[in-house]
Design a protein around this ligand. Structure first.
Ligand code: ADP
Ligand code: DP6
Ligand code: CO
Length: 362
């Protein structure tokens, strides 16, 4: 019995304007548009292989070596849409094997912490949908495919593009206009770099999906955020990217991270993703910018304590130099220079008790 396979990788993307809130849970439609930067997949990535055969008896997923249920509503929705598109391909060319009727075996591996606020669901569902689209030889555009990835995990739709990406919330009830679009390719502003500080690789207590549902249901501040803050910020942030205005981009990024974590705390019961080390990183970046006399670095935190620092290559020595001075010499640190972005990876524990504010003062 023939087995047909395809493999792909997908990168992580880290939002600079956060998606937090669903207006439709089953279609995974957001309450606001969002913007992100896709990181280099040489560093943080998901690798997914899919196989199909008429002899397979059930859909199966192995995530990081462990069998996972493939019955979640979100994954089922992705598989259903992909099979429908494959059915159309098979109808156009009846000589093709009937993959649409066969079960799938999916093996996926993240080379970074899963469910720790480093966008594993984004890379994970992006890779899953991309791998199956490749196996099925689907002709659809990436924006079309992004609508399927969106149903797996909202942030996943943005990982289908490199560079600077927007997820337009759309207004249609069926979600047909809620998709990822490129704001600018990476080459537009290639000097943008990201450093990732892994404060904790632990699985978060509150998954993003349930966290944002608590926020939508209970937070008054969230209503203010989606009505009065994000719509203008979405336009402004796209402008700062197109104009390559780092100081403004950085300010909006930091403010949006703070706004997102504020609505988390305003939820009831409150959701706390940042820890003391995260707060020290925030203080450090503000101290650094004040000392530099201009905004040269921006922090942002997803639904977890781990920091992503955006900065321009020309300031790398200052930004990474400071981080190295504070955290450097600690086992487990490695600086990786890759074609797209620079990652500074640290691993937990070694520096958890390190008082970085002391470093700034000295
Ligand atoms: P994160 O901050 O890492 O995105 P989330 O709470 O949004 O955390 O999502 C974590 C969940 O995403 C995991 O528990 C798992 O269900 C799913 N996920 C992560 N990686 C993959 C993958 N490679 N393939 C399929 N699903 C994945
Ligand atoms: C804080 O995309 O993980 O990272 O759609 O429920 O899977 P689901 O949520 P998810 O939420 C991401 C939240 C965020 C911000 C962002 O990436 O925009
Ligand atoms: Co996620």
């Amino acid at each position: 019995m023939s087995v047909y396979t395809a493999s792909t990788t997908a990168p992580v993307n880290i939002a600079t304007l956060k998606y937090w809130g669903k207006r439709d849970k089953s279609l995974n439609l957001p309450t606001n548009s969002s913007i992100s930067v896709t990181l280099s997949q040489d560093d943080l990535r998901t690798l997914t292989s899919v196989a199909t055969s008429s002899s397979f008896t059930e859909d199966q997923l192995w995530l990081n070596g462990t069998p996972e249920s493939l019955t979640s509503e979100r994954t089922v929705a992705c598989l259903k849409d992909l099979r429908a598109l494959r059915t159309a391909v098979e109808a156009r060319d009846t000589s093709l094997p009937k993959f649409s009727e066969w079960k799938l075996h999916i093996v996926s591996e993240n080379n970074f912490p899963t469910a720790a606020g480093l966008a594993s669901s984004a890379a994970g569902f992006s890779a899953l949908v991309k791998a199956i689209a490749k196996l099925y030889e689907l002709p659809e555009s990436m924006s079309e495919i992004s609508k399927i990835a969106r149903k797996g995990s909202g942030s996943a739709c943005r990982s289908l593009f490199g560079g600077y990406v927007a997820w337009e919330m759309g207004s249609e009830v069926d979600g047909s206009d809620s998709k990822a679009v490129e704001v600018a390719p990476l080459e537009h502003w290639p000097s943008m770099k990201a450093a990732i500080l892994v404060v904790s690789a632990d699985k978060k207590d509150t998954p993003s999906t349930s966290g944002m549902q608590t926020t939508v249901a209970t937070s008054d501040l969230f209503q203010h955020r989606i009505k009065n803050v994000v719509p203008t910020r979405f336009i402004e942030m796209k402008e700062t990217i197109l104009n390559k205005d780092f100081a403004k981009f950085a300010e909006l990024t930091m403010k949006d991270s703070n706004s997102f974590h504020a609505v988390c705390l305003d939820s009831y019961p409150p959701i706390k993703y940042l820890n003391d080390t995260s707060m020290k990183v925030i203080k450090l970046i503000h101290t650094l910018n004040a000392a530099a006399g201009e905004t040269i670095a921006a922090y942002t935190f997803d639904a977890g304590p781990n920091a992503v620092i955006y900065y321009l290559e020309e300031n790398e020595a200052v930004v990474l130099g400071l981080l190295h001075e504070l955290f450097g010499g600690v086992a487990g640190w490695e600086k990786v220079d890759k074609e797209q972005l620079t990652l500074l990876k640290a691993f937990p524990k070694e520096h958890l008790d390190y008082d970085i504010t002391k470093g700034v003062a000295k």
